[in-house]
Design a protein around this ligand. Sequence first.
Ligand code: HEM
Length: 499
Amino acid sequence: MAAGLSLFELVGTLAVAYTAWTVSTWIYNVYFHPLAKFPGPRMAAMTAHWKMWRYLVAKDHIPKMFEVHAQYGNIVRLHFSDPDAYNEIYHPSRRWLKDERLYGSLVNGMSTWNFLDYSSAKKRREILLSHFSRKSIIELQHLVQDRMDILCDAISRQYEAGKSSDFYHAFKCFSLDTITSVCFAKPVNATDAPDFKAPIVMAMDESLNTLQVFVFFKLARTLAAYMPSSLLVVMNKALQGYVDFRNVLSKQIKEILADPSMLSSAPHPIIYHSLLDYKDKNAAATNMGFDDLNEEAFVLVFAGSDTTSNTATTGVIHAIENRRVYNALKEELMTAWPVLEERPRYEQLEKLPYLTAVVKESLRMSHGIVTPPIRVVPYEGTTISGRAIPAGTVVGMSACMVHWSESVFPNARTFQPERWLGSAAKELDTYLVAFSKGPRACVGINLGYCELYLAIANIFRRFDMELDGVSTADLTWIDFYIPLHTGPDMRVFAKPVSS
Ligand code: HEM
């Protein structure tokens, strides 16, 4: 061996060097790092593996964060628990970088969600905010109602066959069909699948698993980005539906790029009208080729499906179980929507106080995104919750800390729409953060609200319902960026009403 070292000695020397480096890093992190003065579990201070363990192995990230905040206080390793800290971190004036580990693009293209800096994201956000403006959504609401009619017909058929319906997957199909209809005029018709177990819906849950691993293993992420999709399917068969779906999106984009005039035959405005027609062609963020369009389309589908369906499932299951809520909601809907055959209008439903309270409470209880949306403190440093935070620190706060704060929402883990009624309720709006806040808040909020109002109103007006062997205690989830449902199918006997 060179320099007279045997293989055994070489391996031994490397192992000693690695151990010495690791231990000295731990000591530095715990005693000398600029963040060492902030409290938290020693393991979390020593190594990032603590967080990885919580996410990938123990799968208890959010309950653990509540536990450590109870033990160490409001600031734990730069995660915050004081509800007011949320509006400080995600304040409109704080245009901080998103952290690359969570948001970095996996592929060549860039989506609105992936841009780390606000100035790059701004142009793209403007396009989407205008495409999904309140005015546009009011004009396109018939597409949402169409998908709801299809869903209600499918639920009625289940009842006629003597079966309950799995509302968790039913709402997933509805939201996926809606987003693909509104964005591309190409609904994937997931709702047609037997018992709502559409392959694409099942594959999307499966792919979240993989994406979670990518957050912690950059090398895996890079390799996957260059891996042919056929190989991905060989490695995990459940991803077939996901790969097929991406191919459908890519095919449509290629066709439009080859012949943009085909956009004029689309039945309604789709996102490519907006994304390809933006006037400011000099801005890098808006010079969109295939890769960017492909990524934007894909992210819109992910961003706009599970978020909406989780909220609808949470609200509907709670409101069926709690008969006081159920009766109050039905009564209000019967008065506001007396003729069953007439289609409801989103602008009218929005004015109903009890339905509005149910929508807000559903958003509060389902959180939107549960992972802390992490941001990097800029070079001048900042102050959060009265503490000076140095430049470069990665800070974040899970929406759960706000929504489940007993000081803001007494009996926070209980579904109580009434908390949103009355004069004092207005102040609570500040603490409803399911769509996040600030410069990187949700761009699909108008569509999200429109879907929730129409979905909840249709389901409660058109069916008499009972839970089938499940309860709200089965609405369990783990932090997979979104709250990923881990409980059983949420089955409901839904009997269509005749008038
Ligand atoms: C109930 C429904 C929805 C909820 C609760 C929700 C929630 C959120 C949240 C919390 C964020 C911030 C995420 C982060 O910073 O990591 C976000 C961002 C985003 N949402 Fe939504 N969303 C919903 C529906 C939609 C829909 C329907 C669309 C598409 C039309 C959409 C598109 C987006 C996009 C593109 C972003 C990224 C914005 C940026 O980074 O600048 N969302 N959403």
